[in-house]
Design a protein around this ligand. Structure first.
Ligand code: COA
Length: 660
């Protein structure tokens, strides 16, 4: 039995052709010439047939992937000798050279496994680190057994100046990792073995991208010695052969007094992040670039006004001074520069100054950018406060786990950036059961959260003496019942609130969309909160100011009953100007209700109780009703709130005032 990796055959020179169908699954037995997968370019679609009979043991691509000749696609286990595959080549045009890769002479110092004729064990060495040695491994994103694509990050190194990913030079299975986090490595150290079918792959990290960084040296002649302030250009230094590198952050602002080596801008390729520091101290007069610009060596970044009498020359290192091309193997597919330690213009540490101490490698930064995540908000769990990929993933997960409908509305209005509550596994403390929230509960949570985040709340407390009101209510309760009205304090409170809204129309407003206008309402609709087994509902009494107490009693009873039976229509819950939340039948002495935005005020009513009230001579037992008025302080000032509750108290204390 032997295993063979099947590669994409010659497909007529086409590159990055999409896999539109995978025709087999792991475990399938296939015959030679059976279709393995189907590729499609803009010109043609083509079947890739199996060059041999056998059993599929691994799929190395998935639908949607883009492949070119030589890319590994499928692993097949055959019964016979691997060499027999030569006689099982797929026929002509379809896939001529699909065959497993023959054993290549091992390029030193690669080691080649003799287990099968199609795979080779390839040693991976640390590339040129720009002169650095004993650089710490701070992250090992790949694990033994992982199937890596070329350029997938194998490990991340960090000096005090830069963070850099060391990528896999070719696709293959990571079969051995010879280093661990915290180890220190230098150029040429053996770090891993990959099992790869690509015989042409170099044994060392191929130099398909950055040549190793050179020391950055000034190309301009030394500046004349002067003690007078002078304006000096700051240019992009040698970027280790990279060009058109994106600026991801501006670390300084015009007018800043920069110390020598203070970060000016941060650049990032897909492999590395680095700061370009000020090569000398001075005032930042002009910034010639912005975030998103792409820069290359020699590009003008900024103008600094310096005082120094011995200014170094501008940073512009000449391209010719990149010694990358001459560095000895193994070369780097590596970061845009492990910076040269000695140059004053050397790129500095990867922390963006603008976001404080964000500490993350290029791969993590790239991931964060793809998700639009502000890394300064991501809690770091890596060594020395370093943000790991998992931290970004957990952060995104936590955001997504918030109720979906809150995301756009709260994000837009709350200025975002609200740190999520950390996700916890409660099962570690005891038995738990997770159940979905009901629709009503979720909707309520969204509304309350939105109001809480948007509205600057203040709550004004008061008490109304309803001794007489209660006497009156009880005296006419039976009569009211004959008229189909259950007379609780609520209809009286609604009536009193309607009158208060007429008297204080500034409570019957909403803020305009831009927050700089007020919308004054000429109608008075009053909502009241109804507690139902499924959650809270607000039913709305329309034109409350035009209705009698009996009408209000009938209507609130009807709306309350229908709310309990989930029979409220949309219309019954819309158009409220002001809300009452009565917990009077339950208990409590006061609470702080949340404004039902876009309304600007809500009245909380707690349970009335007999209180001793001083009448000037003696304490009298009076039935006092606690009132809690929460209001939007953007629309209403505190004095008006106090007037509003005083007015309400007076009206409820003597309901004859409702006639005035
Ligand atoms: N103080 C003392 N007793 C009160 C009272 C108060 N503030 N308010 C009501 N009561 C009494 C009533 O008079 C009634 O007693 P009675 O039959 O002897 O007259 C009893 O409590 C029950 O009243 P209830 O049937 O609940 O009617 P209601 O008109 O007071 O309330 C609702 C109707 C719909 C507002 C109420 O049922 C409800 O759902 N309240 C909860 C609202 C809520 O959850 N708010 C919280 C939002 S965060």
């Amino acid at each position: 039995m032997s295993k063979h990796i099947i590669q994409v055959p010659d497909i007529g020179g086409s590159e990055d052709v999409e896999v539109i169908e995978i025709s087999v699954a792991v475990g399938d037995s296939v015959q030679a010439e059976d279709t393995l997968l189907v590729l499609e370019s803009d010109k043609a679609s083509m079947d890739i047939p199996s060059p041999m009979s056998g059993r599929i043991t691994r799929l190395l691509v998935q639908e949607g992937d883009k492949v070119s000749q030589g890319v590994q696609i499928i692993e097949i286990e055959t019964e016979g000798e691997a060499a027999s595959s030569a006689t099982e080549q797929p026929t002509a045009a379809k896939a001529e050279s699909t065959a497993t890769a023959p054993v290549a002479p091992a390029p030193a110092p690669a080691e080649v496994s003799s287990a099968t004729v199609s795979q080779q064990r390839q040693a991976i060495y640390v590339p040129d680190l720009g002169g650095h040695a004993q650089v710490e491994i701070i992250e090992l994103p790949a694990k033994v057994g992982d199937q890596l694509q070329a350029e997938d990050t194998l490990l991340t190194l960090e000096t005090d100046k830069a963070t850099m990913d060391i990528p896999a030079p070719v696709a293959g299975e990571l079969v051995e990792l010879l280093v661990k986090e915290g180890d220190k490595v230098s150029e040429g150290d053996l770090i891993a073995y990959l099992l790869t079918a690509d015989s042409s792959a170099s044994a060392t990290i191929s130099s398909n991208s950055a040549p190793a960084p050179a020391e950055i040296a000034p190309s301009a002649p030394a500046a004349p010695v002067t003690s007078a302030p002078r304006e000096q250009e700051v240019r992009v230094p040698d970027l280790g052969g990279h060009s058109q590198v994106e600026i991801i952050e501006l670390a300084a602002q015009i007018g800043d007094q920069l110390a020598e080596d203070a970060p000016l801008i941060t650049l990032e390729t897909d492999k590395a992040t680095m700061d370009i520091p000020a090569p000398f101290a001075g005032e930042l007069l002009e910034l010639k670039v912005k975030v998103g610009d792409k820069v290359s060596e020699g590009d003008l970044i900024a103008i600094l006004r310096t005082q120094s009498s011995a200014n170094p020359a501008p940073v512009a290192a000449s391209a010719s001074q990149s010694s990358a091309a001459q560095t000895s193997a193994p070369q780097a597919s590596a970061p845009i520069a492990a910076p040269a330690a000695t140059s004053p213009a050397a790129p500095k540490a990867s922390q963006p100054a603008s976001s404080g101490k964000v500490h993350a490698g290029p791969a993590v930064r790239l991931l964060a950018r793809e998700f639009g995540v502000d890394l300064s908000l991501v809690p770091a769990t890596g060594p020395r406060g370093r943000i790991l990929k998992e931290d970004v993933q957990n952060y995104v997960k936590a955001i997504l786990q918030q109720p979906r409908s809150t995301t756009p509305s709260t994000a837009a209005s709350s200025g975002a950036g609200i740190p999520p509550v950390p996700v916890q596994d409660f099962s570690q403390f005891g038995e738990i059961e997770e159940k979905p929230m009901g629709r009503l509960l979720k909707a309520g949570a969204v509304n309350l959260h939105r109001s809480w985040l948007n509205v600057p709340h203040v709550t004004q407390f008061d008490q109304a003496d309803i001794t007489e009101l209660e006497d009156f209510r009880k005296s006419i309760k039976a009569e009211a019942e004959k008229q189909g009205a259950k007379l609780t304090p609520l209809p009286f409170i609604i009536k009193a609130c309607a009158l208060a809204l007429e008297t204080f129309p500034q409570f019957n407003v909403s803020l305009g969309a831009e927050g700089d206008t007020l919308i004054w309402k000429k109608y008075i609709n009053i909502g009241f909160a109804v507690d139902t087994p499924d959650g809270l509902l607000v039913a709305v009494v329309k034109d409350a100011n035009k209705k009698s107490v009996y009408q209000l009693a009938r209507e609130t009873a009807d709306l309350g009953a229908r709310a309990q039976k989930k029979q409220l229509k949309g219309e019954d819950m819309k158009g409220s100007c002001f809300t009452i939340s009565s917990l009077g039948s339950i208990g409590g002495t006061a609470f702080t209700p949340i404004v039902n935005a876009p309304e600007v005020a809500i009245l909380g009513v707690s349970k009335a109780s007999i209180q001793p009230v001083w009448d000037g001579k003696v304490f009298q037992p009076r039935l006092m009703l606690p009132l809690s008025l929460s209001y939007d302080h953007r629309a209403i000032n505190g004095a008006d709130a106090a007037r509003f509750t005083s007015f309400l108290s007076q009206v409820l204390a003597d309901i004859r005032r409702m006639l005035l």
